[in-house]
Ligand binder design. Structure first.
Ligand code: HEM
Length: 411
């Protein structure tokens, strides 16, 4: 991985052209699937400076705190019953992205279903992307037809939002003190950019869709596995709870300011992402020039898939690799950026994930508050240690079976 993502990062930092993402993201006009070059560089700097900068991410604090408080309330109301954590965490991550990108919650069954179909379409392995002579198979399985239908429906939805926003801008909006969302920011770039970069409306829409595609299911999956590992490992859960209780000093919620004071929480999340990187094979790359890697000649145009799941469980790097032992990350050098190449949940190098700063506080705040506020048990007398950890198959690897729990308030 280091050879690909550091030593030869420049040679391997393009993306292959993939059928379904091409359909869903307006000919891969977003950042994640566009080939390396001037266009991608412009998008990356736009995303890093305007949408996901430190200051901007901090300004979404209210959204995070609101949505997490709502979720905690929902869980509190379900005490005494069995709850499925999956849908609750899914609506949390969808609503956070939706409020930040579109200034609205994704309410109503129509859009929840559409988003679900969108994510499912991306999860499909379209064989034509890897073996072009077999692309007829994708037409046969219907994946291309489905992706086209979803693309049209989402386009209509985004068109309406953009139109609403433009009409509003013309009218009253100038003095509004509402927080800007991604649509406002991107429309502003489109109108006022002085760098000479033209942001076409298709690219604007692709960037919005990408925030959903890249930021919802990945975060939900990470949360599902972190909660699963903590439930399965009561000793670690209790240790975390003790630390949270100490830091909270009797307050009803753990706040974002508290997070920096709880290194064990970060260690828990890193350990869970080591065992269960949500995108276990990252996003494929393609070489743009002939290059020699560890003595092998790799021709330009070769697709490379990095197995972050395997790297995270490699016994050459990790003692007892299948065990959940957050302590291994305390005082260690491993950071979310993957600079050690033994831990790659967010990828690394030029094409590494730009959403780390965005998702880290969501994951930390949510796990901290659930563990701090509730005792969690498995239903029907199943012992926590016996929780089934089977993985489902897909581009993101989530739990195969629902995570059913019963929660009771601690205070
Ligand atoms: C736990 C949450 C997340 C995980 C595990 C995750 C993981 C990843 C991974 C593995 C990649 C590919 C990296 C590579 O090829 O080296 C990636 C790329 C990307 N992620 Fe994330 N991500 C998460 C959250 C987010 C969020 C919240 C956003 C935006 C709001 C985001 C936006 C992107 C984009 C735009 C790319 C493409 C970068 C490029 O190709 O230049 N991600 N992410």
């Amino acid at each position: 991985a280091k050879e690909i993502m550091k030593t030869h990062d420049l040679a391997f930092c393009s993306r292959p052209s993939l059928t379904v993402p091409n359909i869903l993201f307006y000919g891969s006009k977003g950042m994640a699937f566009s080939p390396y070059g001037e266009y991608w560089r412009q998008l990356k700097s736009l995303v890093m400076l305007k949408l996901l900068s430190n200051t901007r991410v901090k300004s979404y604090k209210n959204v995070r705190e609101d949505e997490i408080a709502l979720m905690i309330q929902t869980l509190g109301e379900s005490c005494g019953t069995t709850v499925d954590l999956g849908p609750i965490l899914s609506s949390l991550t969808n609503n956070i992205i939706s409020r930040v990108a579109l200034r609205r919650r994704l309410e109503g069954p129509k859009y929840t279903k559409l988003l679900h179909e969108f994510m499912a379409a991306l999860d499909v392995f379209d064989i034509g992307s890897y073996f072009p002579w077999l692309s007829w198979v994708d037409h046969f399985t219907g994946s291309v037809r489905k992706a086209k239908k979803i693309a049209i429906e989402f386009d209509e939805f985004l068109e309406r939002i953009i139109e609403e926003r433009l009409n509003k801008k013309k009218g009253e909006d100038a003095e509004s003190n509402e927080e800007e969302d991604f649509v406002d920011i991107l429309l502003d770039v489109q109108k006022n950019d002085t760098t000479g970069f033209t942001l076409h409306t298709d690219a604007l829409k692709a960037l919005i869709l990408e925030a959903f595609a890249a930021g919802t299911e990945t975060t939900q999956t990470a949360l599902m596995w972190t909660m699963s590992e903590l439930i399965k490992n009561p000793k670690e859960m209790n240790k975390l709870r003790r630390e949270l209780t100490e830091i909270a000093q009797g307050n009803v919620m753990i706040s974002e300011e508290d997070l920096e004071k709880i290194p064990y929480l970060k260690a828990v999340i890193k350990e869970s992402l080591r065992l269960h990187p949500p995108a276990p094979l990252l996003i494929p790359r393609i070489s743009t020039q002939d290059v020699k890697v560890m003595g092998y000649d790799i021709a330009a145009g070769t697709q490379v898939i990095i197995n972050a799941w395997g790297i995270g469980r490699d016994p050459a790097s990790w003692e007892e690799p299948d065990e959940f032992r957050p302590e291994r990350f305390l005082n260690g050098p491993i950071n979310y950026q993957g600079s050690q190449f033994e831990w790659l949940a967010f990828g690394a190098g030029r094409r590494g994930c730009p959403g780390i700063q965005f998702s880290a506080p969501v994951m930390e705040l949510l796990v901290a508050n659930i563990i701090y506020k509730f005792d969690i048990k498995l239903p029907n007398g199943i012992k926590n240690e016996d929780l089934d950890m089977t993985e489902a198959f897909g581009f993101t690897i989530n739990r195969k079976f629902p995570l059913l729990v019963s929660v009771s308030p601690r205070f």
